[in-house]
Design a protein around this ligand. Structure first.
Ligand code: ATP
Ligand code: MG
Length: 354
């Protein structure tokens, strides 16, 4: 029989299996992933995928959010009640601000705070910082908040010193929209409107934070710094212990806006270099002396009138947030097309994630 030539023989070649890339099933943070299944040291989880194959972002009241899922990036702020950290959600990559408050106070007050947090969570307004979740464990309250990457107006004034009127009008419009929501829709008095509780982001948004909670906290911690920080923006009727309402927030807004415009706190201390060393003297000044006003040689009549309306000594003479929204100052620069996004980003934020 004639042999087939070697080159005609059917050869089967078996190649070594190509090395499987780890990146196919391991994420950058070391999580094993297969489709919607994720497993890592914190356990297993099914994360539903959207069409773009990214886990959907966490929504407020999302029951899947746990503290173990949040990686700490850095501390971004410190208040009288505790610290605020920038954190990142392991599964979605979303940034949040995590406020951690050590509670050294009575059980009943703690319960009250948790209760308030629940109310806050239900708040949905583009000008109020979203509270996603809160946890209470072993004396520590952790609040997961929307991250505002431009920081607070307190940080912002330190950098720019003074804010020009057209920007102030645009900022004030957003704060008033947030206040209208809190006062008229949720029937909440903020009680602690001050520069560090007005936060901004790179989209040019301004949002109110810390409503209700901080007032409960500060009234129980009693530290002097807390006292100074919060009471400086407090209306005369609150300082003197009378009954107070929504108009108390309007007073604080006026004092904050005046500070943003002039670059210094509205009440000048007897010895300006030292600041207010005698705190009770400041309180007495707020209660007994005429309210501060914007210097008419430096600011428009509309701005001066806006500030004077906010800081009427008698709360009854102050307009509501809704009425102030219609004040001529708020609309004065409407056709200037003020770009707050560029203004906030141009100053730059050490916390920027954009
Ligand atoms: P106080 O405790 O006297 O009320 P405070 O408002 O500065 O002062 P915190 O509310 O604890 O104290 O906040 C500390 C700082 O953390 C703020 O000044 C702000 O710069 C930053 N911060 C707070 N919440 C957020 C957030 N959601 N996003 C970004 N930064 C935040
Ligand atoms: Mg605050």
């Amino acid at each position: 029989m004639k042999k087939a030539p070697l080159n005609k023989l059917p050869l089967t070649l078996s190649l070594p299996t190509p090395e499987v890339s780890y990146s196919k099933f391991l994420t950058a943070s070391g999580t094993f992933r297969d489709g919607d299944l994720f497993v890592n040291k914190d356990g297993l989880r099914i994360v539903p995928q959207d069409e773009n194959d990214h886990p959907p972002p966490i929504q407020p009241l999302d029951n899947q959010l746990t503290l173990a899922d949040l990686d700490t990036i850095k501390v971004i702020g410190k208040g009288s009640g505790g610290i605020v950290q920038l954190v990142r959600h392991k599964w979605t990559g979303q940034f949040f601000a995590l406020k951690i408050i050590q509670m050294n106070i009575q059980e009943t007050v703690r319960r009250q705070i948790v209760q308030e947090l629940k109310i806050n969570q239900a708040s949905q307004c583009p000008h109020v910082v979203v509270c996603y979740h809160c946890f209470y464990d072993n004396g520590v309250i952790s609040i997961v908040l929307e991250y505002m990457d431009g920081g607070s107006l307190a940080d912002f004034i330190k950098k720019v010193r003074r804010m020009p009127e057209p920007y102030l009008a645009a900022i004030c419009k957003q704060v008033l929209n947030g206040m209208i929501y809190l006062h008229h829709e949720k029937h909440i008095i903020h009680r602690d409107i001050k520069p560090s509780n007005l936060l901004v982001n790179h989209r040019g948004e301004v949002k109110i934070t810390d409503f209700g909670v901080s007032a409960v906290l500060t009234s129980t911690t009693g530290e002097r710094d807390t006292f100074v920080g919060t009471y400086s923006y407090m209306s005369p009727e609150r300082i003197s212990g009378g009954s107070y309402g929504y108009k108390s927030d309007i007073w604080s807004l006026g004092i904050v806006m005046l500070e943003c415009a002039t670059g210094s706190f509205a009440y000048v201390p007897p010895n300006p270099e030292e600041g207010w060393t005698n705190f009770y003297e400041l309180l007495e000044t707020i209660v007994d002396e005429p309210a501060p006003c914007a210097p008419s040689d430096q600011f428009s009549p509309e701005f001066c009138s806006f500030i004077s309306s906010c800081v009427q000594k008698d709360a009854k003479d102050r307009p509501s947030a809704q009425e102030l929204r219609e004040h001529p100052f708020i609309a004065k620069y409407d056709d200037w097309n003020i770009d707050l996004a560029s203004y906030f980003t141009s100053v730059g934020s050490p916390l920027a994630t954009f």
